[in-house]
Design a protein around this ligand. Structure first.
Ligand SMILES: *Cc1c(COP(=O)(O)O)cnc(C)c1O
Length: 458
């Protein structure tokens, strides 16, 4: 097991958590239709549903809330955020949005024409939704290794396969591809990073064909940490320098501030192009708010600006990644199947290998997430066939190669002791895995079905 440095923070304020009885958990999961998204927070013991908006803010961020300038236009906090984003991301223009999908909506609407193609290194739910809503076809150009959970020694499983990207360009032409969505790290591949060399190569190929490089920057700090750890030539660079270089090869980004910006709410869009910026300003007022707040309070922008600065501190990001690795190593020692190498924000259990007695159509990851809650009070999330949804044209289920349960670690919230509880609970369940039954839909929403779908045991 990794010998670990303790948490790089002292606890100044606490939020009590409660462990409810077996009977109450059983009633809660039945009531939630076996969907962990529909559980009440108060019924969850350790909540690993998501790392989105669940970060603990620092004392400085809380203090920042008190200097919120809530002017309707030209808030001080916007200028602070603009300066911090420029310093860390380097893009020319900033538009705050209420969260990441607000930025995705603006970017997709303004750049995609019906019949276009948007390549990406694996899909993300809301990202692909906005691309398809505007008439584009999403094309997965991630390297094949990303779809194989067992390849533990591939350091950059998030990399784009340049041959796949070239093939798409040859087939449809660069003018049918407004941009590539380059996710750093790749959430659904298990939080896997993209190397600097690959970012550079993707940028060169795209720009040669007039294709913009737009990052999904949601977990960019985690990506920078992996580059420092794994890519030759970056070991002595700071996280901030690596981050800045990553973005120097692109044309803009969408950002969910709820992840690597260490805030509970917020997001933004960055672009270099002046014309696109002007159009984006026109659109943000229709859907989010004035371009100087984009649906955020001044205080939220302040917390985000401070959060960005804290997120590139080495002790913070090193603790985060190593805490997740510790959880992975404990599970691995007991033989629990997982996606490897371990990602930057979560451990992904390989549900098909965990539950070999279930067919993928029996929703093994959904069933496993429900079983983990039932037995331990730990809330996790399905990232498999349910999340993948249906093909918009054929109506058939997308059948992803990765059928996973995500144990997502909120930032600065839980300690190593909490990780031990989670590991013990899952190891115990693994010993009794034959008892877990498959599930079927009893209510299937048309879009983003994983959020509100309901299930029954088969
Ligand atoms: C969360 C997330 C988004 C969307 O951001 P929201 O703030 O939730 O709207 C986009 N891409 C990735 C990879 C994400 O994890």
């Amino acid at each position: 097991m990794t010998k670990f440095m303790p948490e790089p923070f002292k606890i100044k304020s606490v939020e009590p958590m409660y462990f409810i009885s077996d009977e109450r958990r059983e009633a809660a999961i039945q009531e939630a239709g076996f969907n962990t998204f529909l559980l009440k927070s108060k019924d969850c013991y350790i909540d690993l549903l998501t790392d989105s908006g669940t970060s603990a803010m620092s004392d400085k961020q809380w203090a920042g809330l008190m200097v919120g300038d809530e002017a309707y236009a030209g808030s001080e906090n916007f200028y602070h955020l603009e300066e911090v984003v420029k310093e860390h991301f380097g893009f020319k223009h900033l538009i705050p949005t209420h969260q990441g999908r607000g930025a995705e909506n603006i970017l997709s609407t303004l750049t995609i024409k019906p019949g276009d193609y948007v390549p990406g290194n694996m899909y993300f739910t809301t990202t692909r939704f906005h691309q398809e809503r505007n008439g584009a076809t999403f094309v997965d150009v991630i390297c094949d290794e990303a779809h194989n959970p067992d390849l533990a020694d591939v350091p950059f499983k998030g990399n784009v396969d340049l041959a796949k990207l070239q093939k798409l360009i040859d087939e449809v032409g660069g003018d049918k591809i407004p941009y590539i969505c380059l996710a750093v790290t790749v959430n659904l591949a298990g939080g896997q990073p993209v190397s600097m060399a690959n970012i550079k190569a993707v940028s060169e190929l795209c720009h040669k064909h007039g294709i913009q490089v737009m990052y999904d920057a949601t977990r960019c700090v985690e990506n920078a940490y992996f580059i420092k750890e794994r890519e030759a030539g970056f070991e002595d660079k700071s996280i901030k320098e690596i981050l800045f270089e990553m973005f120097s090869y692109g044309d803009g980004c969408t950002m969910s501030g709820k992840k690597d910006c260490l805030t509970n709410n917020g997001g933004f869009l960055c672009v270099n192009d002046d014309e696109l910026f002007a159009e984006a300003k026109g659109m943000v007022v229709q859907f989010e708010g004035m371009p100087s707040y984009g649906g955020l309070a001044g205080r939220d922008m302040e917390a985000m600006a401070i959060g960005i600065k804290e997120s590139v501190e080495f002790d913070y990001i090193s603790h985060r990644v190593n805490q997740i690795r510790y959880l992975g190593e404990r599970l691995d020692a007991a033989g629990v199947p997982m996606v490897k190498p371990y990602g930057g924000h979560a451990i992904f259990l390989d549900a098909r290998a965990f539950l070999p007695h279930l067919d993928q159509q029996q929703l093994p990851a959904q069933a496993l997430a429900a079983a983990i809650y039932r037995t331990s009070g730990v809330r996790t999330m399905e990232r498999g066939i349910v999340s993948a949804g249906r093909d918009v044209k054929t109506g058939e289920n997308h059948v992803p190669k990765l059928e996973t349960v995500r144990l997502t670690i909120p930032r600065r919230v839980y300690t190593y002791a909490h990780m031990d509880y989670v590991a013990d609970a899952i190891i115990e369940l693994y010993k009794n895995r034959e008892s877990i039954k498959g599930l079927e839909f009893v209510f299937e929403p048309k879009v983003l079905r994983f959020f509100t779908g309901r299930f029954e045991e088969i």
